[in-house]
Design a protein around this ligand. Structure first.
Ligand SMILES: NC(=O)c1ccc[n+]([C@@H]2O[C@H](COP(=O)([O-])OP(=O)(O)OC[C@H]3O[C@@H](n4cnc5c(N)ncnc54)[C@H](OP(=O)(O)O)[C@@H]3O)[C@@H](O)[C@H]2O)c1
Length: 267
């Protein structure tokens, strides 16, 4: 089955669809005939994505919401399920990056990074579990990061949030597999999006957002439990995992190319 045949007619929820990875994935899946329910906070950007996606003939529902708002995310799920009856695929992609050096740690940035990435992912996926359990089918996906596997320098908030997402998804995967529900964790390397429009640190092997969307779409079709990309970064991350702490602590700040004077900020 080709990718477009796989996605044709599927009912797909995507968070963080106003920009970057989520937006491009929405447009790609729409071009293959998927029906979409899109969310993010910026309604006007979502409407632009809806207009573009609908040109391909897809049904596109739009619901502006903050993933931190549990009630709003439940309301969206209720609305989408009432309209479609069921959802095949939920992609929890909304997230924020961020720098937070320990020497000037900002607890407010920490709180929002954890709330958006961690609680936001739970608020996104959990409302669809009862209907997937009832149908004994469905696919839940979370977009984490390659920053999930070891602490990145000056990124305690982002790295720990992405690690939480990966572990959260793994537990869901084990619990839901016997009920016919697939759970996948996607771990991108650097992708060209507004989140990476900065020069604070080196971003090797960066991939174009459409290449990223194709890789994610293939990983979802293959029902990968965990997918790390691009392949060069997958191997780098695996190699880093073998390093003793003393070597890792010496190497990473140098290899990242990060300036010493970076200040806490969301990306
Ligand atoms: N780009 C990369 O190199 C890279 C690498 C690894 C992982 N990732 C992950 O990929 C995901 C998408 O990132 P991106 O690169 O596409 O970044 P992006 O272009 O900045 O997009 C982030 C998306 O998340 C949404 N979002 C942020 N906070 C939200 C909130 N509180 N409530 C609802 N939606 C919210 C934004 O929409 P609104 O602002 O309209 O709400 C936007 O649609 C993130 O989880 C990120 O951590 C990205």
């Amino acid at each position: 089955m080709t990718l477009s045949e796989y996605y044709r007619g599927r009912r797909v929820v995507i968070t963080g669809a106003s920009s970057g990875i989520g937006k491009d994935l929405a447009l790609l899946l729409a071009s293959w005939g998927a029906h979409l329910a899109l969310t993010a906070r910026r309604r006007e950007l979502l409407e632009e994505v809806r207009t573009q996606a609908a040109k391909a003939g897809a049904e596109v529902l739009v619901h502006a919401a903050d993933v931190r708002d549990r009630g709003a995310m439940q309301a969206m799920a209720d609305e989408v399920l009432a309209r479609w009856g069921h959802v095949d695929l939920v992609i929890g992609n909304a997230g924020v990056g961020g720098l937070n050096p320990a020497t000037c740690f900002d607890l407010e940035i920490h709180r929002s990074t954890i709330e958006i990435n961690c609680l936001g992912l739970a608020h996104t996926l959990v409302p669809y579990i009862p209907s997937m359990l009832a149908r004994k089918s469905g696919h839940l996906v979370g977009v984490s990061s390659l920053a999930a596997f070891r602490g990145r320098p000056r990124a305690a908030s982002y790295s720990s949030a992405k690690a939480q997402q990966g572990v959260f998804l793994e537990s869901l995967r084990m619990d839901l597999r016997p009920h016919g529900i697939t759970v996948s964790a996607i771990h991108p390397g650097f992708v060209v999006t507004p989140m990476t429009e900065h020069t604070e640190f080196r971003m090797p092997f960066m991939v174009d957002v459409r290449e990223s969307s194709l890789l994610i779409a293939k990983a979802i079709r293959a029902k990968k439990a965990r997918y790390l990309y691009p392949w060069q970064m997958r191997w780098l991350v695996r190699a880093e995992g073998l390093l003793p702490c003393a070597v890792y602590d010496w190497l990473l700040p140098r290899a990242s190319g990060m300036r010493d004077d970076v200040k806490p900020r969301s990306l």
